[in-house]
Ligand binder design. Structure first.
Ligand code: NAP
Length: 373
C-alpha cells in the first residue's frame, strides 16, 4: 500500500483511545546534558495588542479560539476578537489550516505558564498554513498573496484564528505539492524531528537510530528524515501502526504491546525518544558507548548517562525558516510526506484537544479554518 493509501485508510478508520497520562505528556524539564543544538533565545513576546482598522474606522475582527483561564477543554472558546496588525518583520497571514500539537493541550492546561506568563486571554496554536494578507516593514522574502507555512514562537501562539501574525523568520513557502491542510501538519513536528535527529543527536549516514513513537506527529517525519539521511531505522508503535511504520521506511518495526524493544535491539547509535517516562529510561540500555539519547520529554539524570558512557539531551524545538525551507524541498521532491489523520473544523477544537491528549494520535490532527483557496 502506498503512503496516500495508508492516509486514506486512516481517515476511514480513525479510532481514538483515551489513555492520557499527564506526566507522560509533560515536557518542561531541563536537559541532563548540554544540548548540541544552539539554544535560541525565546523572548517573551506578547500576543499582538495592535489592532487592524476596518474601512469605517472600526477595528477589524476575526474568529479565534482563545482561552481566558487554564483548564480542561471547556476553556477553549471560539470568539470574535480584534484582528492583529503586522509590525516590522511580521506578516498578517490569512490562516487556511492550523496544526494541533500536544504542547497546545499542555499550554491550555497551564503547564507552560512560565513561558506564556499570565497573558490571558491567549490564542493557542503554533502551526499555520495560509496566505500572506499584509506585510510589515522590513519583510523581504514574502509578498501579499504568497502561500506560506510557519511554526510560531510558543510564547506568542496565535494559530487557531482566521488571521495570525507570522514573523518572517518563522515562515517558508508552502510546499506546492501539498494542500494547506497537509502543510499545516508539517512545521512544528517536522522541525522537531529534524532538530532532534540532526542538530541534537547528529545522526549520520550509516548509523542506526531507534525512533520511539514512530507513528505520532514527530515520529512520522523522523522515520522519513532518518531514511533520507541513509540511516538504518528501527521504530516502535502499537499493533495497529506496524504496517504504517514499514510504509514510512522503517527497516525494523517493533510492536511495543507484544515485544520489549530492549529484547530485540542493542548497540544503536541514536535513540529519538518521542514517548518519555519508562521508555526513556529503558532506552539508555540499548545505546552503544558513545551513542546519544535525544528525548522530547524529560532528560535522564546526567549520572545515568555517564555510567553507561553515553550522551543525551532534551530536544527543544524552535522556529527556523531555513530548515523549514529544506522541508519544503524534501516534500516537493516527494521524499517526505505528512500524514493527516483528522481534519476538523475550527469549531471542533475541543474534540481535537481530546484526541491529541490521548497520546495515540496517528500522524497529525489539523483544524480547518477556511476553504482551500
Ligand atoms: N521538546 C520539544 O520541543 C517537543 C516538540 C514536539 C513534541 N514534544 C513532545 O513529544 C511528545 C511526542 O510528540 P508527538 O507530536 O509525536 O505526539 P503524538 O502525535 O501524540 O504521538 C503519539 C504516538 O506515540 C505512540 N506511542 C504512545 N505510547 C507509546 C509507547 N509506549 N511506545 C511507542 N510508541 C508509543 C503512539 O502510537 P500508538 O497509538 O501505536 O501507541 C502515537 O502514534 C509529546 O509529549 C510532545 O508534547 C516535545
Amino acid at each position: 500500500m502506498m503512503m496516500h493509501d495508508v492516509v486514506s485508510a486512516i481517515r476511514a478508520t480513525w479510532v481514538t483511545t483515551l489513555c492520557s497520562s499527564i506526566l507522560g505528556i509533560l515536557s518542561c524539564a531541563a536537559p541532563a546534558a548540554a544540548p548540541r543544538q544552539p539554544e535560541k533565545a525565546q523572548p517573551a513576546a506578547a500576543q499582538p495588542e495592535r489592532r487592524a482598522e476596518a474601512e469605517e474606522g472600526k477595528p477589524a475582527t476575526m474568529k479565534a479560539v482563545r482561552i481566558h483561564a487554564f483548564g480542561d477543554v471547556s476553556v477553549l472558546q471560539q470568539e470574535e476578537v480584534p484582528r492583529p496588525a503586522p509590525q516590522e518583520g511580521e506578516m498578517l497571514v490569512r490562516v487556511i489550516a492550523a496544526g494541533v500539537n500536544p504542547v497546545d493541550a499542555k499550554s491550555r492546561e497551564g503547564y507552560l505558564k512560565q513561558s506564556m506568563g499570565d497573558r490571558l486571554p491567549f490564542v493557542l496554536g503554533l502551526d499555520v498554513a495560509g496566505v500572506v494578507e499584509q506585510v510589515g516593514t522590513g519583510v523581504t522574502r514574502f509578498r501579499k498573496g504568497d502561500a506560506i507555512y510557519a511554526f510560531l514562537d510558543r510564547t506568542r501562539g496565535g494559530g487557531y484564528a482566521e488571521y495570525a501574525i507570522v514573523k518572517e523568520g518563522e515562515a517558508a513557502p508552502k510546499p506546492s505539492t501539498l494542500s494547506f491542510r497537509e502543510a499545516a501538519a508539517v512545521p512544528l513536528a517536522g522541525l522537531t524531528a529534524w532538530q532532534g535527529l540532526f542538530e541534537t543527536a547528529s545522526l549520520a549516514k550509516g548509523q542506526t537510530v531507534l525512533i520511539q513513537g514512530g507513528s505520532g506527529g514527530v515520529g512520522v517525519y523522523a522515520i522519513q528524515l532518518a531514511k533520507e539521511r541513509e540511516a538504518r531505522v528501527v521504530a516502535t508503535a502499537s499493533t495497529r501502526n506496524q504496517e504504517l511504520l514499514r510504509e514510512l521506511g522503517a527497516d525494523q518495526a517493533i510492536d511495543y504491546t507484544k515485544t520489549k524493544f530492549e529484547d530485540v535491539v542493542r548497540n544503536v547509535d541514536v535513540v529519538l525518544d518521542n514517548v518519555g517516562g519508562d521508555t526513556t529510561t529503558r532506552s539508555l540500555d540499548v545505546i552503544r558507548k558513545g551513542g546519544f539519547l535525544a528525548t522530547l520529554l524529560v532528560a535522564p539524570e546526567a549520572a545515568a548517562l555517564s555510567q553507561r558512557g553515553i550522551q543525551g539531551a532534551r530536544v527543544q524545538a524552535y522556529p527556523d525558516a531555513a530548515t523549514l525551507a529544506k522541508m519544503t524541498e524534501l516534500i516537493d521532491a516527494r521524499k517526505v510526506r505528512p500524514l493527516v489523520s483528522e481534519a476538523l473544523p475550527l469549531a471542533e477544537v475541543r474534540k481535537a484537544h481530546e484526541m491529541i491528549a490521548s497520546r495515540h494520535t496517528r500522524g497529525k490532527i489539523v483544524l480547518v479554518v477556511a476553504d482551500e483557496p
